[in-house]
Ligand binder design. Structure first.
Ligand code: G3P
Ligand code: CA
Length: 271
């Protein structure tokens, strides 16, 4: 039977072409036709959910410091866009160097939800909580409260919920599910020690979230998840051979840094 084409999820925005987790990266992903966006969230010192992958802001901004020790005001003083260099695409780019895009201030999850609310077509958001164990559930509690403020904590149609929660930490996914059972969850894992190895996925995990390395070694993974009634979300898939592998094996969502080219390869492969 023909597999449905996977939905394209823009990993940290269109992060191959714009600095990750910036408004510009997410706006470009929307322009490129992404079906969904992905973001990582952490709690700032003053209790706001900010879209930052690393524990520190050093790699992705002009500033320095640990997210949980910085206020949003402090993080609004630094540039989260200028560090990123788009890969050169033309001879002119090689001479001039590609333009860096300044992005002042950290992106709040609240702002990203607003961007999606105002978008002309429905686009879903996969929200990954970072270091949930260290902060004893604080990130998940804040997330449930923010989703409730946006009217997203109890979606009318769970299958098509505008937001999904994800984590590598089983405790975080379970805790979130208990607080917001209407919002679907993804349990992420990177190696074969994940729960599916033993043929069991916990009831509070709606989707299986393997890394692409796992799928390359074990393409039958997706069928096993399907036998348990679970769709698969696979990350991070930029290579055409990996995109095809995902499509052939029945992955439901592919997370990619380059939504436009991933869409192109999916269309080209005719899958
Ligand atoms: O989408 C899941 C994936 O983002 C997990 O890895 O390190 O990119 O957050 P990481
Ligand atoms: Ca992530």
């Amino acid at each position: 039977m023909r597999q449905p084409t996977p939905d394209v999820v823009a990993h940290r925005g269109a992060s191959a072409h714009r600095a990750e987790h910036t408004r510009g990266a997410y706006e470009l992903a929307l322009e490129q036709g992404a079906d969904a966006l992905e973001c990582d969230i952490r709690v700032s010192r003053d209790g706001h959910l900010v879209c930052v992958h690393d524990r520190r802001i050093d790699r992705t901004s002009s500033g320095r410091g640990v997210v949980s020790e910085l206020t949003v005001a402090a993080m609004s003083e630094v540039d989260f866009g200028g560090w990123h260099q788009e890969p050169p695409r033309s001879a002119d780019d090689l001479v001039r160097g590609p333009a860096a895009e300044p992005e002042h201030g950290v992106l709040l999850l609240d702002e990203l939800l607003g961007l999606l609310r105002d978008n002309s077509r429905p686009v879903r958001l996969f929200i990954e909580t970072k270091h949930p164990v260290r902060y004893g559930g604080l990130v998940e509690r804040k997330l449930v409260a923010l989703l409730a403020r946006h009217g997203l904590a109890t979606p009318a149609d769970r299958e098509n919920s505008p937001v999904l929660m994800m984590s590598f930490a089983q405790s975080a996914v379970r805790r979130f599910h208990e607080a917001a059972p209407g919002v679907p969850t993804v349990l992420l894992f990177d190696r074969f020690r994940g729960p599916l190895r033993s043929g069991v996925l916990p009831p509070w995990a709606d989707l299986a979230g393997p890394g692409i390395r796992l799928l390359r070694e074990d393409p039958g993974f997706v069928a096993r998840a399907a036998a348990l009634g679970r769709d698969t979300y696979c990350w991070t898939v930029d290579d055409p051979a990996d995109i095809e592998l995902c499509a052939r094996s029945g992955v439901r969502f592919v997370a990619t840094n380059a939504p436009a080219s991933t869409r192109f390869h999916l269309a080209e492969s005719g899958l």
